[in-house]
Design a protein around this ligand. Structure first.
Ligand code: ARG
Length: 256
């Protein structure tokens, strides 16, 4: 008797859950007419993603994400998160995809799936203009800032283990990195080249290329096994062939 009650309760629960799921989906479709694609990014990384003075998202990744959503018939919703939390959000299925200047590393591929690479940028060290740091060796005894969870954080640890000794300061956002540099709390910042070039020009800073790194290109990240990977790869291929990708590169990454 007890057993049947339990089964009955479970079945009812399942029915209710299924019904709720349907309702939620219908409501979404009718109020917005389109399926929603939830993308997350860490909007501290111009020219890939940042917010303008009105607080709106802008940048290469933002345009590319909008293009992809349009092509696939989705309405794009963007969530701003700490870079360090993006992979976890994908793993918990809280978001559908990440465009955040994210390098498609083998280490990340253990936890998420990547699209084909859509851009490649090396790394640079940024310093103040009058800095005496002009090479990796000059970092000896200095403070190097990196963004938490980035390939530059790993890269800095590697350089420190293999080459010269310095202190690594891992910070939440790339904007904070630049603030720390401008206020002399770090001696150099280690960032993707296209981003570094922008900050150098905008804040009148200096910098030099990283000769050590051979990092992979940037990819769009998805939860493991996501059906979207194939669809998005098809859109990227189309964008490559039609010149759309080049158009976006010319618009946002022309300093390279
Ligand atoms: N390309 C580097 C990486 O994948 C840094 C990306 C940082 N992105 C950002 N939106 N802050 O680790």
């Amino acid at each position: 008797m007890k057993k049947w009650n339990l089964i009955g309760t479970l079945a009812l629960g399942a029915m209710l859950l299924a019904a709720c799921g349907d309702d939620a989906a219908n409501e979404k479709a009718s109020t917005e007419d389109k399926k929603v694609l939830e993308m997350a990014t860490s909007a501290d990384f111009p020219p890939f993603e940042s917010r303008n003075t009105a607080g709106e998202f802008e940048g290469f990744d933002i345009d590319l994400a909008n293009y992809i959503a349009d092509e696939l018939g989705y309405k794009l919703e963007i969530k701003d998160m700490k870079f360090d939390g993006l992979i976890g959000a994908l793993q918990n299925d809280r978001i559908d995809m990440v465009l955040s200047g994210m390098s498609a590393t083998d280490k990340r591929k253990e936890n998420v799936d990547f699209s084909t690479e859509y851009n490649h940028s090396g790394e640079m060290f940024i310093t103040l203009k009058d800095s005496d740091i002009q090479s990796i060796e000059d970092l000896e005894g200095k403070k190097l800032g990196v963004q938490l969870g980035t390939i530059q954080e790993d890269g800095a640890k590697k350089i420190k283990a293999e080459t010269v000794d310095f202190e690594i300061k891992a910070l939440d956002s790339a904007n904070i990195l630049i603030q720390e540099l401008l206020s002399d709390r770090i001696d150099a910042a280690y960032v993707d080249k296209a981003v570094a070039q922008g900050f150098i020009a905008e804040q009148d800073l200096a910098g030099f290329d990283d000769p050590t790194s051979s990092s992979p290109g940037m990819g769009i990240a998805f939860p493991k096994g996501s059906d979207l990977v194939e669809d998005v790869n098809a859109v990227l291929k189309k964008a490559e062939e039609s010149g759309k990708l080049q158009e976006l590169k010319d618009k946002w990454l022309s300093e390279e």
